[in-house]
Design a binder for this molecule. Structure first.
Ligand code: HEM
Length: 293
């Protein structure tokens, strides 16, 4: 099979690709709704869960798209980059379904929402997430996009995709390392989100390293620093996998001070435990990028 030729097929690009994904996703939501015998808070909540599970993979793909091009140039990475907008819109379409079920939950099963779901900080994160998603969706269309400067458009889409990635990544982190009954899909989605972010760090490191080599053509490479960088990355992945054991200590150390009261109540994702391992990997990436005297 000629992969490059297949991935150039009109049916696998642009709007046909969007409908190939969003069409069946919507069908699953409609069938799921019609097959639900009796409605209550938990039933609507499980449709929220289903709609997100059909959305998150496209978010992670759009998040990793440009990095795949840097790290693994070829027909597959090119296809993902070429269709990044449409993968983003597939995520938006799935999240439109989540939005529909959320409105249903909040308006019809308000008691359940208030007693079982509502938490101020989650609501702040969720509403900001939807605000970003709405802005990114409308500015994906040229008539709106051309009214923005390229710099403003890039800032919106970069901060928006980082915010939405952070929401999904932290939801699965809490499912694995704080709540009691993670399902196998939670592990798949957590590590997929982790790898998507790690690919961005690796692509940044590769680009930075290239820049260093260009700036210092006669510079000496420092293999020890590189080795240290890779050792730190290995340790960070183990640290990420052992979060269940270190989280209670982090909770003791990071919560409950008078000066952290405000961020604990209002600041999205504070104090950022789900990303600690990725912060360490980013620092190691910086070391590796600098491994040239
Ligand atoms: C105010 C806005 C939001 C509300 C009220 C809300 C509500 C919910 C509820 C009730 C669930 C749990 C479903 C269940 O387990 O039964 C859920 C799951 C989830 N939501 Fe949202 N959400 C909001 C915004 C968002 C945003 C912006 C994202 C961005 C990516 C998102 C991603 C997720 C994810 C990843 C899950 C986990 C699904 C799973 O278990 O696999 N949500 N949400």
């Amino acid at each position: 099979m000629d992969l490059a030729k297949t991935l150039k097929s009109p049916r696998l690009n642009g709007w046909p690709l969007f409908w190939l994904i969003a069409g069946p996703t919507s069908l699953v939501m409609i069938v799921g709704t019609l097959r639900t015998a009796s409605w209550d808070g938990p039933a609507v909540s499980s449709m929220i869960q289903l709609s997100v599970r059909f959305s998150v993979p496209w978010l992670f793909l759009a998040f990793a798209a440009s990095s795949l091009q840097v790290l693994y140039p070829g027909p597959a990475a090119l296809w993902v980059s070429r269709n990044r907008k449409y993968f983003g819109l597939c995520f938006a379409a799935g999240m439109a379904w989540q939005g529909f079920f959320i409105l249903w939950l909040v308006t019809v099963y308000s008691d359940y929402y208030i007693n079982e779901v509502y938490a101020l900080r989650d609501a702040i994160e969720g509403v900001v997430g939807y605000a970003f998603l709405a802005a990114m969706t409308v500015t994906s269309f040229m008539p709106v996009r051309k009214r923005m400067t390229p710099k403003a458009w890039k800032l919106l889409h970069k901060s928006g995709i980082y915010f939405l990635w952070a929401y999904a990544a932290s939801t699965y982190w809490w499912a694995l390392y704080y709540y009691q009954n993670p399902v196998p899909l939670d592990y798949v989605y957590y590590w997929a989100g982790f790898v998507a972010a790690a690919l961005r760090i690796a692509a940044w490191t590769r680009k930075r390293n290239k820049k260093e080599r260009k700036a210092k053509p006669h510079g000496e490479s420092r293999p020890a620093l590189k080795l240290l960088g890779f050792a730190i990355i290995g340790a960070a992945v183990v640290f990420a996998a052992l979060a269940k054991s270190w989280y209670p200590i982090a909770e003791e150390l990071l919560y409950g001070y008078s000066f952290t009261r405000w961020p604990e109540l209002y600041l999205p994702y504070w104090p950022f435990e789900p990303y600690f391992a990725l912060f360490i990997i980013a620092a190691a990436g910086f070391l590796i990028a600098k491994a040239r005297a």
